[in-house]
Design a protein around this ligand. Structure first.
Ligand code: SF4
Length: 167
């Protein structure tokens, strides 16, 4: 049985972004994984109970975590709950890794916006990416597809079935 991959739902074309749009990625390997039924789409912000569309949010502080939206609401509880539920889904489904949308306050794995709502990026990761990485899940973003593909092909190649066929 092939490993499953958790994926940000917006990368698969679900219109779950804060502005009601998506971030569909056009890639043959991802389509192939989807056809094999190996992708588990999740939108952590929806899992955490936030509506779509919703006000954009940015991380204000990391320790302790504080995330606010452009309308001034503290949405930290929803982001934390979404992160927890997403981790549960990844564990339940036996995902080997996650492909998450870059730069999101939930899904970003390498950089996030700096909290001033001016489009300025800084190094850091979102609430869900953090939770997954803390629990041992490798997290890639849609700009790291080559690395993701290499990782999955390596895992697929190590499966006992494949090894038996090759010997
Ligand atoms: Fe996409 Fe993640 Fe934002 Fe949901 S929380 S819209 S999956 S980037």
């Amino acid at each position: 049985k092939k490993n499953k991959i958790l994926i940000s739902a917006c990368l698969l074309g679900c219109k779950v972004r804060y502005d009601g749009r998506d971030n569909l990625i056009d890639n043959d390997f991802i389509r192939h994984l989807q056809q094999q039924g190996r992708l588990i789409p999740v939108c952590p912000e929806q899992e955490g109970g936030l509506p779509t569309p919703r006000a954009a949010a940015e991380i204000q502080d990391k320790f302790p975590l504080r995330i606010t939206s452009t309308d001034g609401e503290d949405v930290t509880p929803q982001f934390l709950s979404g992160a927890e539920k997403t981790l549960e889904i990844a564990q339940r489904e036996g995902c080997c890794c996650a492909l998450l949308k870059s730069r999101s306050p939930s899904c970003g794995n390498l950089e996030v916006y700096d909290g001033n709502f001016t489009g300025t990026l800084k190094a850091g990761s979102g609430a869900t990416a953090d939770e997954l990485m803390r629990n041992g899940f490798p997290v890639y973003n849609e700009r790291q597809l080559d690395q993701l593909i290499e990782f999955i092909e390596l895992l697929d190649g190590c499966e006992p079935d494949t090894q038996r066929r090759a010997s």
